[in-house]
Each structure stands twice: as C-alpha cells, then as structure tokens.
Design a protein around this ligand. Structure first.
Ligand code: NDP
Length: 324
C-alpha cells in the first residue's frame, strides 16, 4: 500500500484527496520507484485545483516530475537501488505522477540522477528549472551572448523565472527581472538580477515596434506581455517562450520579425530526447549554487492541496518541493 494524492472528477470540479492505495494500481510502467521528492509546478496547481484542463484520465495522481529510488525493475537499464529522475512525458496528466509515495515509470522516461546530485536537489530544480535551462540553451543557440545587452525574464518570482534569473546571471548575462510582486525585488537581486522591471510596465497594449530594450528574453507568462516583449526586443534578438501564466493568446504583428529579425523560440520540456535531458541536467547541477536545494519550500502531500491554491494566487515564490 502507498499514500497518494488522488484527483477525481466531480461534475465540473476536481476533487483532490489523500488516499491509501494498493501497489497493484500502478500499472503503466516497468520500473517501480519510491518517490523521495516531487514538486509543485504551475501545471500541477492547475490540475489539483481543476482550474486548467490538465488531467486526461480519471482518477489521476498528479505530479509532472519526481526523483527517487528504484524499488523493482523489469527493464535491463535499471536495478534496485538506482537513483532516478523523471520530468514530463505526460506523467501527472495521462499517467499517474509523482505526488505519491510510489510511482510506476516506463524506463525510457527516466534518467539516472547526475553524479553527486541528491533527489532533493533534482526536484528543487524540477521541471521548472529544466525548462529554464532549455530556455537558456535556446537563446545561446540563437546566438544571444552576454555582450549583446540585457536579457529579460518575465514571471521572475515563479519557479521557472527564478531559476532562469540564476542561470542567466551565472552565464554572465545582465538579467532584468520582471515581476508583479515588488516585495520580491531584493530576493531577485540576490539571485542575480541586475534590475527589476514592474510587470505593469510591460502589461499594456503593445505597439508594433517599441524602443529596443532586450537582447533576449525568457518569457514564462505569454499573452499581452509576450507581445510587448517582442516589440521591445533588439535587432536580431530572441525570445524563448515557455509559459502561459498570463494568458495563452498572442496578438502581435510581424514587425519585430521582419524589421528587426527577432526570433521567437518555442520551449517544450515534455518530450525532449534523453541525451539532451542528460546534458541539460548535468549543466543545471554545475550551474546552480551548492545550497540551492536548501532555499526552497518543502510541503507534505497533504499540504500540496492548499499549496496549489496558493501558487495560483501568487502567495508562493520560487520552487516548491513536495516530500511524500
Ligand atoms: P509559477 O506560478 O511558479 O510562476 C509563474 C509566475 O508568473 C508567477 O510567479 C508570477 O511571477 C507570474 N504571473 C502569474 N500570474 C500572472 C499574470 N496573470 N500575468 C503576468 N504574470 C503572471 O509557475 P512555474 O514557474 O511553474 O511555470 C511558469 C509557466 O511556465 C507556466 O505557464 C507553466 O505552465 C510554464 N511551463 C512550461 C513548460 C514547458 O515545457 N514549456 C515547463 C514548465 C512550466 P511574478 O509574481 O514575479 O510576476
């Protein structure tokens, strides 16, 4: 038996409760994992609260990422005691996820924990940190380097945003952190932000082309802010679009693309091939501070229901760990 957070369809709502389940309910994988840590991502918060259509099969155990220890394996790549981590692949959406004491995974979804990385550190980074790294790597591939000018991060006090601030600063960029919560300004500066931009300053109707401000950007919010950021991006700059916390719409013009050569780079962390995952995780391990995992909040499975509400209501900052 094991404890899990279970989401059930209740009319148009989602009912979330802590339940004790038999191991026989874990059916879809060939590797059984003891979950040491999972996390609370924006997507998990949408699933738990029912505020977004994330769950594709009921009942669902949410949790789009986890790190833990192999309890049993029918796959030659993994043995009992191996330390593994998982992000994406529809886990917590289509397949039962990490907000549980145990999870069943397909071997191809897992990667070994990088040498020297604890399960806690892996999940302090989590899908959000992985996405921040993919965004940085996309900007680098687009040729954006620190000499070209400031790089903007939107939704900077969130999970993806706060890690992006740290990674970009570590890589030598002048990071401007856009936030709707000025109370986190000092913290964002400690993480490496050179300047704070008020969210409201970016949240107006965008002109087709505005003054050129950003050499690059990591945008976690989408909507009107992304449109505005595109119109403020410098000649041959690039914007990595990875989120929708501010909206899914994107009403812009072709002007930034055809008159300034701006690139819009799509980031999808869910289906990244294994080799690229391993590379990104190695780099995350080496780039983030040694005590990174001590700076995040840790909640229990039971507390995750309230934490999901709090995350969507802007009451949490940075990364949120769940210890089942
Ligand atoms: P968080 O809730 O931790 O962070 C989101 C941040 O966005 C908030 O902290 C807030 O930052 C800002 N924000 C919230 N509401 C609004 C709003 N209405 N308008 C503008 N800004 C707002 O979520 P995560 O960091 O976990 O995820 C961020 C986004 O990235 C989500 O949309 C998520 O779905 C997406 N994502 C995408 C992935 C991919 O593969 N593409 C993978 C992981 C996440 P502040 O208070 O500082 O302004």
């Amino acid at each position: 038996m094991f404890n899990a957070l279970v989401l059930e369809e209740a009319g148009k709502n989602t009912k979330a409760s802590l339940q004790r389940l038999p191991e026989s309910r874990l059916t879809h994988g060939d590797v059984l994992v003891k979950v040491d840590y999972s996390t609370l991502n924006y997507k998990d918060a949408l699933a738990i609260t029912g505020k977004g259509k994330i769950v594709r099969q009921w009942p669902m155990v949410p949790g789009i990422d986890y790190a833990g220890t192999v309890l049993s394996s029918d796959h030659p790549d993994y043995r009992i005691g191996d330390e593994v981590l998982l992000t994406g692949w529809g886990v917590g959406e289509q397949y039962w996820g990490g907000l549980a004491e145990k999870a069943s995974a397909r071997a191809e979804w897992l990667i070994p924990l990088p040498a020297g990385m604890s399960a806690k550190r892996a999940m302090a980074i989590g899908t959000a940190g992985f996405t921040a790294m993919l965004s940085l790597m996309a900007l680098e591939r687009a040729g954006i380097n620190p000499e070209q000018g400031p790089v903007l991060v939107t939704g900077a006090s969130g999970g993806v945003g706060s890690v992006a601030v740290q990674l970009l600063a570590k890589a030598g960029y002048e990071v401007h952190a856009a936030t709707g919560r000025p109370q986190h300004a000092d913290w964002l500066k400690q993480l490496g932000a050179a300047a704070i931009v008020e969210r409201a300053e970016l949240d107006g109707e965008p002109g087709p082309l505005e003054s050129q401000r950003w050499a690059g950007a990591v945008d976690t919010v989408g909507g009107r802010i992304l449109a505005r950021v595109l119109s403020q991006t410098r000649m041959y700059g690039a914007v990595a679009a990875c989120g929708l916390a501010g909206g899914v719409g994107l009403h812009t013009t072709v002007m930034p693309f055809i008159l300034r050569g701006v690139s819009l780079l799509g980031i999808n962390s869910v289906h990244i091939p294994k080799q690229q995952r391993i590379q990104a995780w190695e780099r995350l391990h080496n780039s983030l501070p040694l005590n990174f995992e001590e700076q995040v909040q840790v909640f229990t499975l039971e507390q995750s229901i309230q934490a999901a509400q709090d995350l969507l209501n802007g009451k949490l900052r940075g990364r949120v760990l769940i210890q089942p």
